[in-house]
Design a protein around this ligand. Structure first.
Ligand code: FEO
Length: 409
């Protein structure tokens, strides 16, 4: 064990300090990072999160120096990314009776990633509690911070929040606690927030709302420093930085529909923008002149074009508008294509081709995955027939993502 580090009586840090230049989403973390895992030595011993998959074996050896692994009753996985769940396969194989505690969307991911199909899971929801004998864990779902399945765990007796990626810093350190750090961690803390959390700031706001009434003496995240001094200051940084400061951002949704399905997509996008505080205008091109539409496009920060597909092409006069775009100065705007289709959905791809010829930033799935690691944002937004429940979620996510993009400083 790198050292025996205690947060409180019977709560141990059991993580790994990674002081390499750590590759991360096509960047390099030059200060390294840590993967913090915690052992709660309650009557029912519980591990919260694990370490990066590269250090699974070392993690097990370290943990064995503190506890007979057969005694572990629960393994809480707040977030499934392999820098935190990476030790789960090795741990579950040795802690044979341990029940894995996670949110519903995490179950299949963990089963597939670590071959845990026969394992017992305890699925928890917002506000559920778990008595681990002398300590009570409360679970709070924090979806999209920064992936769908994430939650945070709060230990009621010790007043410690275990938020995994949230409130982290990427800095390898051998001091563990912010009050012992050799230099102020605030700058690294803010850099981490901007890089990982800010693109999801709408969900940061929801998370802040959920934790605001908790008494938190210590924040034990899964990267970098454990915060036990000025705890509220660090929560306030998230609170302040996630507030919308720009109320004047605009989106315009321009569409041409055959039946009602593409119109429905436009309406759901509209809701997503409105919920994100964006002024949004929806224009069915049947009802507006080309000049009126082009004027709105000039004023907007985000422009979404949609069409149904008929005879393998767009319908109505949408193409007349798209043809104008390459001659306009639209720099600084983002644009995307959407539409409902029944067979191949060519119109959506043709719109995307037009967008690609403009000076607007064209949203597409590949770029989003490469730049953010998010796999649940889909552009062009292709919906087969009428939007179903899963589609509605996908459409809303697309609007929220676009909103965050234009709101980002
Ligand atoms: Fe630190 Fe999202 O993993």
């Amino acid at each position: 064990m790198e050292s025996r580090v205690m947060l409180n009586e019977n709560i141990y840090w059991i993580g790994k300090i990674d002081d390499r230049d750590v590759p991360f989403h096509r960047l390099t973390l030059t200060k390294g990072t840590t993967y913090n895992s915690y052992l709660l030595m309650a009557e029912k011993p519980t591990v919260i999160d694990t370490v990066d998959i590269s250090f699974g074996r070392e993690f097990i050896e370290n943990l064995k120096s503190l506890i007979d692994l057969d005694r572990i009753e629960y393994i809480v996985i707040n977030h499934t990314e392999p820098d935190h769940s990476g030790g789960l396969g090795a741990l579950a194989a040795r802690a044979k009776k341990a029940i894995i505690v996670c949110t519903e969307p995490a179950v299949n991911e963990l089963k597939e990633m670590y071959k845990l199909h026969d394992r017992k899971f305890l699925v928890v929801k917002d506000g559920d509690t778990l008595d681990i004998g002398g300590k009570t864990l409360r679970f709070i779902e924090t979806p999209y911070l920064h992936t769908e399945e994430t939650m945070v765990t709060y230990c009621e007796e010790d007043k410690i929040l275990f938020p995994c990626d949230i409130f982290s810093t990427h800095a390898a350190n051998y001091k563990y606690f912010n009050d012992l750090a050799e230099e102020d961690i605030t700058e690294d803390f803010i850099t981490y927030y901007k890089l990982i959390m800010h693109p999801h700031r709408r969900y940061v706001r929801e998370m802040i709302g959920k934790i605001k009434d908790l008494e938190i003496d210590m924040i034990a995240p899964s990267h970098g420093f454990i915060i036990r001094q000025d705890v509220n200051k660090f929560i306030e940084i998230y609170d302040e930085m996630s507030k919308n400061t720009d109320k004047d951002k605009k989106a315009v949704i321009v569409y041409s529909a055959m039946g009602g399905n593409t119109r429905k997509i436009a309406e759901i996008l509209q809701q997503g923008f409105e919920e994100s505080g964006i002024n949004v205008e929806v224009m069915n091109i049947k009802k507006f002149s080309k000049e009126e539409v082009l004027e709105k496009i000039k004023e907007a920060d985000a422009v979404l074009f949609g069409s149904s597909t008929r005879y393998g092409d767009m319908i109505g006069k949408l193409e007349d508008i798209l043809k104008e775009l390459k001659n306009m100065n639209l720099e600084g705007k983002v644009a995307a294509a959407f539409g409902s289709y029944g067979w191949s959905g060519e119109a959506i791809e043709v719109i995307q081709d037009y967008i690609n010829t403009t000076t607007m930033k064209a949203l597409n799935t590949s770029e989003i995955i490469k730049s953010t690691g998010m796999t649940d944002i889909h552009f062009p937004l292709r919906i087969r027939f009428s939007p179903k429940e899963e589609d509605i979620k996908k459409i809303k996510r697309a609007a929220i993502f676009t909103s965050e993009l234009i709101l980002a400083p």
